[in-house]
Structures are given as structure tokens and as C-alpha cells.
Design a protein around this ligand. Structure first.
Ligand code: GLU
Length: 453
């Protein structure tokens, strides 16, 4: 899952979009792209009714060169870095995707209608699980697919549901999507409007002076705005010049708190180090000290109110995590069984969520995730909850994340932003949090003498 940046502004927003992608480059990507509504700026129009696009399988800096050479400018736009899940890394699979085909905006396909140019431009992070069946239905309506992505179905679906109001079309479209998505969409007929939606992939809103932004991570907007709204699961948002509206998963209007977030781009802060991973290795003592700051003794309340009764109620621990976090879970299993004497199993979240398991209501479900947005770990948590396991706790680095919001208890590590792809300080601070958990469990279960404590 990679990067999204979107904006509605009265200035040329292309440099902000591309710089936003540059700030997200550290996550890795195989291709990138940007699309703007040219008519959103001084009424200029482009060859495709105002929609203009550049896509590339090389670096974001080369996308910028391409954008300049092609004079792509606009006040409304969306940009994307892609990690391919469906369809090879190639220009035709890179986002943004446009809707197109004989059905695009034409209602029912007549079989010999001329190809209509696209009306919808869309970027997407995540995976649409029911893309095959949606594609078949859209092909029957005359939509033509030019990529192998799951994403292109969303562009066509929004187009097919459009009846003069993009917000309504996106709300109707997301009802049909199964899977994980963060999307940003604009429409040829609505030059100063971008609609965003999220479920399973992160999306934030940035509130600027007379301009509004969307991004998959506040870091993309560092230096642009520090006024951030974290959208919640199922939210759909309508952004326009200096204003926005959010609806929740039931499509009821909601107001979400605007937070001041001073995200660092990281780029300027490499200091004497050769690369981020080296810098982050050296940051570990600081990160662990920060994580343990304020810990004056072992108590379940380190994990939030009511943790004592939770720790008393459980008789085993199930750790759910992916990647590096799974390895910290493997270390914690040894500690929890050796010190707290509580049976503990560790499962890779993506396996757990799809297999049949035997639920035990007396289990403490512990999720471990740096970002708190790891799609498989969130899905595994929800799966465990749906099986009746209500005692949940997370070790997580991002206090505003979906995982922290959805778990009963949390210990928030303070590793700071980790840019290196191979985890270092995020892993060691997780271990610090997990060791505290081990000791708090041991204490609650009467297995820790004062001397040992
Ligand atoms: N599933 C989409 C694709 O393969 C989006 C991938 C992403 O999140 O970057 O194009």
C-alpha cells in the first residue's frame, strides 16, 4: 500500500502533489502518476475535457520532469505512488486511472456507440476483492478496461453511478466494494471538487488556507498544512476550495476533530548518516527511553483504564501481527510463557484472518503494528472480535491510528517516524512495550515477586 495525495486549490497544485509523493517515496513504489483538472485553473481546458495525466515507472523526480514538459497544471488534482498488487508494474497500470469506454457517461451500452473519453480520474491504495465480478458487470455496460488493475473498476463504477453529483456517486460506489481502499477521485464536470473515501487503508484530510488536501499520510503534507483530520473507517469526504464535508460509514454527516500534527518530512534530517536505516539504528536508545518515559513502576494501568480486570480475566494470549511485528511477537511469546506463565501463541495476521480457528473468550488478543493501519492486522483483530474475543490490546507506534482506536487497551511506543524499510527502532520499542506487558501480566497473575519486579 503506497501513497496518495490530492488537493483542491486556486493555485497550480502540481508541485505540491509531486512533492507530497516525494515525501512518501521512502515507502517504496514501482510507479507513480498525477492527474489534474486543467479547467480548475483559469478555466483552461485540456485535450480530454480538462483531465490531464502523467504516469511513469521511474522516479517521482522524472514524473516532475514529464509534468513540466507536458505543461500539466491545475488547481484540482490527485497523485499516487503504486505498489502493484493486481497487474504488473507498467505505465498503463499506474494510477490515476480514467473511466472510459462506450459506456462512460452514456448509460446503457448500445453495442456500437463510439468510445467516450473519461470523465472520472481516480487513485487507490489497497485491494478490491470483488474486482472480477464488478469488471464483468461494467464490461456488460460498455466500459473498456485498459489495465489489469483492480483499481480501474472503481473509476468505471463511479462513472456508471454518476448523475451530476460526485459525492453521491462515490457514496454509492463504495457500498459495492469489498476489500481495502483509500481513494481520491475527481470528475470532469466538477472542476473544484475531490472526493475521498477510506476503509482498510489510511486517508487523512489536510485543512489549508482556502485550500483542502487529502493524503494517505500526514507526512505528505509536511510544510503545506499541519491541520489534519484523521478519517475513520468507512468515511467519505468531499473536499472543495477551503471547505469540506465528512460522512461516516452510514453516510450520516459527522464532524471529525482537526488535530495539529507537525509531521516531519525526514528528508532534511538525515544529518551525518548515510541513509535512514543507519540513522534509525543510532536512534534506538533515544526511542526506547522515550517509549519508557513516564513508566514509574509495573502496573496494568500502563495499558489504560480497566487493564487490571482484563489481565485478571484472561487465561491465554494470542498475538496477531505481520512482518517485523510478528518477530517481536515471537520474542514476546518466550517472555510471556517464561515469566508470566500464561500460554501464548503468535499468528501471522493474514493467516489467522482466513483460517478457521477455535475462539476462546478468555483470550487476550494482542496486536502489534508500527503504523496501526496494517490492513491484515486490523482485519485479524476484527475477525477475533467477531468470534467473541473482546479482550484486546495493541502495541502500536501511532496514537491516532485505527488500531489504537479499535482496541480496548494500548501501549503506544514512541519510536517516531521510521523511514528505513527494514525496521529497527520500531522493532526494539515494540519489544520494550511487550516486556512491560509481560511484567504487568506476571504481576496480575501473582507470578512476579517484589524482588523480581
Ligand atoms: N491494487 C492496486 C493496484 O495494484 C493499488 C495498489 C497500491 O495500493 O498501490 O494497482
Amino acid at each position: 500500500m503506497c501513497g496518495i495525495v490530492g488537493a483542491v486549490s486556486s493555485r497550480n497544485i502540481v508541485p505540491i502533489l509531486v512533492q507530497g509523493l516525494q515525501r512518501l517515496e521512502y515507502r517504496g513504489y514501482d510507479s507513480c502518476g498525477v492527474a489534474v483538472h486543467a479547467a480548475s485553473l483559469n478555466g483552461a481546458s485540456g485535450p480530454n475535457g480538462g483531465l490531464q495525466r502523467a504516469r511513469s515507472t521511474s522516479r517521482v523526480s522524472e514524473l516532475m520532469d514529464q509534468v513540466q514538459a507536458d505543461h500539466i497544471e491545475g488547481g484540482t488534482g490527485i497523485a499516487h505512488t503504486r505498489w502493484a498488487t493486481h497487474g504488473a508494474p507498467a505505465v498503463h497500470n499506474a494510477h490515476p486511472h480514467f473511466s472510459h469506454g462506450t459506456g462512460a457517461g452514456a448509460g446503457v451500452y448500445t453495442g456500437d456507440a463510439p468510445l467516450k473519453p473519461g470523465r472520472v480520474a481516480l487513485v487507490h491504495n489497497g485491494i478490491i476483492e470483488n474486482h472480477d465480478e464488478l469488471r464483468a458487470a461494467l464490461q456488460a455496460k460498455g466500459y473498456e478496461f485498459l489495465s489489469q488493475t483492480d483499481t480501474e473498476v472503481i473509476a468505471h463504477l463511479v462513472d456508471s453511478l454518476y448523475d451530476g453529483d460526485l459525492f453521491e456517486a462515490v457514496k454509492a460506489a463504495v457500498r459495492q466494494l469489498h476489500g481495502a481502499y483509500a481513494i481520491a477521485v475527481f470528475h470532469k464536470d466538477e472542476p473544484q471538487r475531490v472526493i475521498g473515501a477510506r476503509a482498510g487503508s489510511p486517508l487523512i484530510l489536510g485543512v489549508g488556507q482556502g485550500e483542502t488536501f487529502l493524503a494517505s499520510d500526514a507526512m505528505a503534507l509536511a510544510g503545506v498544512t499541519n491541520q489534519i483530520v484523521y478519517l475513520e473507517e468507512g468515511d467519505v469526504v468531499d473536499i472543495q476550495l477551503g471547505k469540506y464535508w465528512v460522512v461516516d460509514r452510514a453516510h450520516q454527516a459527522v464532524s471529525r476533530e482537526v488535530k495539529t500534527v507537525n509531521a516531519h518530512s525526514g528528508a532534511a534530517e538525515l544529518g551525518p548518516y548515510r541513509h535512514y536505516m543507519q540513522k534509525e539504528i543510532f536512534e534506538q536508545p533515544r526511542a526506547i527511553a522515550d517509549t519508557l518515559e513516564g513508566v514509574e513502576g509495573i502496573t496494568p494501568e500502563l495499558f489504560g483504564d480497566g487493564a487490571y480486570s482484563t489481565f485478571k480475566a484472561i487465561d491465554n494470549v494470542l498475538i496477531l501481527a505481520c512482518g517485523t511485528s510478528y518477530y517481536s511477537g515471537c520474542v514476546a511469546k518466550y517472555w510471556i510463557e517464561a515469566i508470566a506463565k500464561v500460554p501464548c501463541q503468535v499468528e501471522i495476521a493474514s493467516e489467522y484472518r482466513y483460517r478457521e480457528s477455535v475462539p476462546n473468550p478468555n483470550t487476550l488478543v494482542v496486536t502489534i503494528t508500527q503504523s496501526g493501519e496494517t490492513a491484515d492486522t486490523l482485519a485479524a483483530l476484527r475477525h477475533a472480535q467477531s468470534l467473541g474475543m473482546t479482550h484486546t490490546l495493541t502495541i502500536c507506534n501511532v496514537p491516532t491510528s485505527a488500531m489504537v482506536r479499535e482496541c480496548q487497551h494500548a501501549y503506544v511506543t514512541r519510536a517516531g517516524a521510521e523511514i528505513g524499510v527494514a525496521s529497527t527502532k520500531a522493532f526494539t520499542t515494540q519489544l520494550a512495550g511487550l516486556f512491560l506487558l509481560t511484567l504487568a501480566l506476571a504481576q496480575t497473575q501473582g507470578r512476579l515477586s517484589d524482588e523480581e519486579e
